[in-house]
Structure formats: structure tokens, C-alpha cells
Ligand binder design. Structure first.
Ligand SMILES: [Zn+2]
Length: 134
């Protein structure tokens, strides 16, 4: 069971930077190659910038060439929700944090083995925490 976190827009605005708010609460997308974590290779976990839930692990991160941090799978199967997204004239699958409904990015079916999935995630939605000795 994942407890859910709900806050008002005003509360999120106070907690987040304007850029983080635009991505996570207004389903924005950071410019390609602009994110802090695109070339990030340290060992650890990527947490939700809004609620701190552990979302992705560095061992699942790969270089996709797209300009956004990309992962083959979530840290835990129940960390994320996926929803069909037909905005901007495209058919995509939106990825959100299950605990707080933050918009994170999209998932595509053209990832590398073994999952074949590519979670294309905004750096602005993530908070990296290093783990020592792993
Ligand atoms: Zn969250």
C-alpha cells in the first residue's frame, strides 16, 4: 500500500521552484539536454522532487540520446502510475508518481533489453540521493 499525498496548488508552489512546479504539477517538459541529471552517473536513487518517494535507481539509467534522463524500469513496480496521454497530437503514456500524482515524464516501448521500456523523465521532477558503498 502506498499512502497518497495530496496538497493544494498553493502548497506545491511554496515547496517547489517555478520550474519544478511547471513540470510536476502542470505537466510541463524541460528543454532537452537542459536537465541536471541527463549525464548524471553517480550511484544512488532518484526520488520524487515533490514527495520524496523512491522512483528510479541509477543501475537502471541508460544513455538514450534523447536529452532526458532515461530508465529501463521503476525502482519498485508500485512507485508509478501510467495513463494514456493524447496531448500535443501524439499518443503517449504519461508517467506519474503514485504517491503524489506528480507528472514525471512518459514511458515508451523502444527501450533496451531486458525490459524494452524507456522511461523518459524530467530532471526537474527528480531529487537524486547518493548511496554509499553500493
Ligand atoms: Zn511524488
Amino acid at each position: 500500500m502506498t499512502e497518497s499525498i495530496r496538497k493544494s496548488d498553493e502548497e506545491w508552489k511554496r515547496q517547489l521552484t517555478p520550474e519544478q512546479y511547471a513540470v510536476t504539477r502542470q505537466r510541463g517538459t524541460e528543454p532537452a539536454f537542459s536537465g541536471a541529471y541527463y549525464h548524471h552517473t553517480a550511484t544512488g536513487a532518484y526520488h520524487c522532487i515533490c514527495c520524496g518517494a523512491s522512483l528510479f535507481l541509477s543501475r537502471d539509467k541508460f544513455e538514450s540520446g534523447t536529452g532526458w534522463p532515461s530508465f529501463t524500469q521503476p525502482a519498485k513496480a508500485d512507485a508509478l502510475d501510467t495513463t494514456p496521454d493524447y496531448s500535443h497530437g501524439m499518443t503517449r503514456v504519461e508517467v506519474t508518481c503514485r504517491r503524489c500524482q506528480a507528472h514525471l515524464g512518459h514511458v515508451f516501448g523502444d527501450g533496451p533489453p531486458s525490459t524494452g521500456q524507456r522511461f523518459c523523465i524530467n530532471s526537474l521532477a527528480l531529487d537524486f540521493r547518493e548511496t554509499a558503498g553500493e
